[in-house]
Write a protein that binds this ligand. Structure first.
Ligand code: AMP
Length: 281
């Protein structure tokens, strides 16, 4: 496993690999890795000759500074996990190289409203920050394949749009959410939950299951209200429970959409914000 800390050294290395005809898979992360991340690495290693994992906690995508400061750092165990998984390349860039202080960050992207719905509404500027870092990383790695998790459903749609905007040939593949045996979606943020909160957090998954079981027979507004009530009763502060079209994330209030649907939840337990989603068809 090779660790690159500088953009130039990673670029030179990948250039050599490409000249040898090797394909490159890219899994961007913010570290504090878990089984969900490792599944993406494994999938990449099955389909590409070289897998590049980046670890970079992108300050620009945190609308809440405290959330950024509290983001777990487990670099030692991350590297052990990546080594044991067989990942060939780890990229851990310096913030000053990704965002050189001498160059003001002015990039903007027309995400056609995707950045203002759901997560975008509750985390203003979040997806702009995601695009700014991914634009840079994608241009540095120039991967053949980009692997991301359905866990961050809206983020996947944003990156799909970003790839279209930039015209990069990288192909995006989205992989199912990896869950704890009881159903809680694996997340770096789960590390900040107490054992009791972890049990409480299961309500999110159970709400999604309930929404899915009722979607064919019951009123959407009623289904969502029941879910919000259940989460609130169980100690959550709910940002949203929404049923939306999978491509646009336009909220849907009646069962007349020809589009496939997805249920999405974002809610706080204490100061930990959790998100999850489930495809409904
Ligand atoms: P993060 O480090 O949280 O930014 O996540 C890096 C990548 O891992 C993103 O593409 C996430 O969607 C993906 N990911 C995070 N958690 C999971 C999970 N439980 N299952 C599948 N993919 C995940």
């Amino acid at each position: 496993m090779i660790i690159h800390r500088h953009i130039s050294s990673l670029r030179n290395y990948l250039h050599l690999m490409r000249k040898k005809g090797l394909s490159i898979g890219f899994v961007p992360t913010m570290g504090a890795l878990h089984e969900g991340h490792l599944k993406l690495m494994q999938a990449s290693m099955e389909s590409s000759d070289i897998t590049v994992c980046s670890i970079f906690v992108n300050p620009n995508q945190f609308n809440d500074k405290k959330d950024f400061e509290k983001y777990p750092n487990r670099l030692g165990s991350d590297l052990d996990m990546l080594y044991n998984t067989g990942v060939q390349v780890v990229f851990i860039p310096f913030t000053d190289e990704i965002y050189p202080p001498s160059a003001p960050i002015t990039d903007n992207y027309d995400l056609e409203g995707l950045d203002t719905r759901l997560e975008g509404k509750f985390r203003p500027g979040h997806f702009l920050g995601v695009c700014q870092v991914m634009d840079r990383l994608l241009h540095i790695v120039e991967a053949d394949y980009l692997l991301m998790g359905q866990k961050d459903f809206q983020q996947c749609l944003v990156i799909k749009k970003l790839l279209k905007i930039t015209g990069l040939p990288t192909q995006l593949s989205i992989f199912p959410t990896i869950r704890e045996p009881e159903g809680l979606a694996m997340s770096t943020r789960n590390m900040r939950l107490s054992p009791d909160q972890k049990v409480q957090a299961l309500n999110i998954y159970n709400c999604l299951i309930e929404i899915k079981s009722k979607i064919e027979s019951e009123d959407f507004e009623q289904i969502k209200k029941l879910a919000v009530d259940r989460l609130t009763r169980n100690g959550f502060r709910v940002d949203y429970v929404e049923i939306a079209e999978t491509e646009s994330l336009f909220p849907v209030s009646q069962r007349n959409s020809a589009q496939p649907l997805v249920a999405l939840v974002a809610a706080f337990l204490g100061d930990v914000r959790l998100i999850d989603n489930m495809l409904l068809q």
